[in-house]
Ligand binder design. Structure first.
Ligand code: ATP
Ligand code: MG
Length: 445
């Protein structure tokens, strides 16, 4: 059967050029998998029989970056498109559960396909309609299965990152993990300790944003527990509270899948109730409560985000969302303007989204959809009418105050905050004259 994949100009140029010089060359890996699924590939990896030196001399007239010359990878820039070209290789022994001790270049495509992680990632496309599929990758894609190539125990022991990659592909593609591969993932989860925190975080982010995140969180919670130990306690933690119908982990997995696939939102969803077990109390009617759990969850989230080296912007946003996830938002314009001021517009709408997702994963008797609809409507109206809720929208600034006799210094900030508060509370119009008058009344000047 011939395949007619629509590959980019750069990829097709690289294949043609290598073929004309007598080398074998194929598109390989995720891009072939995605094209086979009918999706457009996002980047193209080329595998070739040419050694890195030979590749460099074939593309002598193009910019070439030596991306990973030791591993046989060079990047060629074709019309500003970057194409990674890697020499066929087979990996030597692995002693650190992550990197091969050595790599060996080979002239056989079959060696190169053997070293790849999953059958679905080991298809090679020649650019002219042929697919080389030595591991049943097409059948697994059709059956929506993630299966390790060879013995999964050996492959995950070689490189433990593959454990998370497998879970990530299952989540993102919505594929099931084949039974033996699944068992090996669960049995070898402790090897994740050997993997760098940054690489783990990258996989976790992608896994959480996958369309099957809920299923993967629930089926592989022990693996995630290697990374976030609190997850092991959340699993099966029954919540004896009228609002809840699920244990904490099941609830959490639903909240994750109920939010948009944005990294920080899904991290917040994953961690929002992680502090519940340590704050549980039981009242005289036998009902459980979790007073102060947002704060406890925030501390757990902080530890995780620091340990896994998340950037500050992600950290701040996740912690904010976890901290306020349980705060009731009044259906009141002044209140909402204050929240918009304190949190910023984006975080505010994310908070409403998280609360909606949280509520939807609870007892449906207490459905609060209408409340969230009203809150969002009020907020949208505030924004569409350009109502002032932050200093930058205030009709006076520090310079205006100075020009009107107020002296520079700490007081200026205090005056501006006061004026903003009066505008938000609708005690004054947001115009210069009225604001300056108010400033004089309150602060002299
Ligand atoms: P994505 O859609 O995220 O780019 P991908 O399958 O292309 O997924 P990459 O990390 O870009 O993943 O790697 C490209 C290819 O290299 C994979 O498809 C796989 O064949 C191989 N590969 C990557 N990482 C590993 C690994 N840790 N072990 C074995 N093979 C790997
Ligand atoms: Mg890729």
């Amino acid at each position: 059967m011939k395949y007619n994949f629509d590959i980019s100009y750069g990829a097709s140029y690289v294949l043609d050029t290598l073929h004309k010089k007598g080398y074998e060359a194929y598109v390989v890996g995720g891009s072939v998998r995605d094209m086979y699924l009918g999706k457009r590939a996002h980047d193209y990896d080329i595998t070739t029989s040419a050694t890195p030196e030979e590749t460099r001399s074939v593309f002598y007239d193009l910019p070439v970056i030596e991306t990973g010359i030791k591993h046989g990878t060079v990047t060629v820039i074709v019309n500003s498109e970057s194409i990674e070209i890697t020499t066929y290789r087979c990996d030597g022994e692995y002693t650190d559960s992550r990197h091969p001790d050595s790599v060996e270049f080979t002239r056989n495509l079959s060696d190169d396909l053997c070293r790849r992680d999953f059958t679905i990632n080991a298809l090679a496309y020649d650019g002219e309609g042929e697919i080389i599929d030595l591991h049943g990758g097409r059948e697994d894609i059709e059956n929506r299965v993630v299966r390790a190539i060879g013995n999964p125990y050996k492959r995950f022991t070689e490189d433990a990152l593959r454990i998370l990659r497998g879970m990530r592909f299952s989540s993102v593609l919505g594929f099931e993990i084949e039974e033996r591969t699944r068992q090996a993932i669960l049995d070898l989860r402790h090897l994740l300790k050997k993997i760098s925190k940054e690489r783990i975080a990258e996989e976790i982010n992608k896994l959480l944003c996958g369309k099957n995140a809920r299923e993967v969180i629930l089926s592989y919670s022990e693996v995630l527990g290697e990374i976030i130990p609190e997850i092991n306690i959340m699993r099966g933690f029954d919540q004896k509270n009228r609002h809840h119908i699920y244990d904490i982990l099941t609830h959490t997995a639903y909240v994750v899948s109920n939010t948009e696939p944005e990294k920080h939102l899904r991290l917040a969803a994953l961690l929002h109730d992680s502090g519940k077990p340590e704050t549980v109390s039981t009242d005289e009617n036998g009902e459980q409560h979790f007073y102060g759990h947002p704060h406890a969850s925030e501390e757990i989230a902080r530890r995780f985000l620091n340990e896994y080296k998340y950037d500050n912007a992600t950290k701040d946003r996740v912690l904010l969302l976890v901290r306020v996830h349980d705060t009731v938002i009044d259906e009141d314009k002044v209140y909402i303007k204050k929240r918009l001021n304190r949190m910023g517009k984006d975080a505010f709408f994310e908070l409403v989204q998280l609360q909606r997702a949280d509520n939807k994963a609870q007892n449906p008797i207490y459905d609060r959809t209408e409340h969230f609809d009203r809150v969002e409507e009020i907020a949208r109206q505030i924004i569409s009418e350009s109502e002032c809720f932050s200093l930058k929208d205030l009709s006076v600034n520090g310079r205006d105050l100075m020009e009107n006799g107020f002296s520079r210094g700490k007081l200026l900030g205090e005056i501006l905050d006061y004026l903003l508060k009066c505008v938000i509370e609708e005690k004054t119009e947001n115009n210069k004259e009225a604001l300056l008058r108010l400033a004089r009344e309150q602060f002299g000047g």
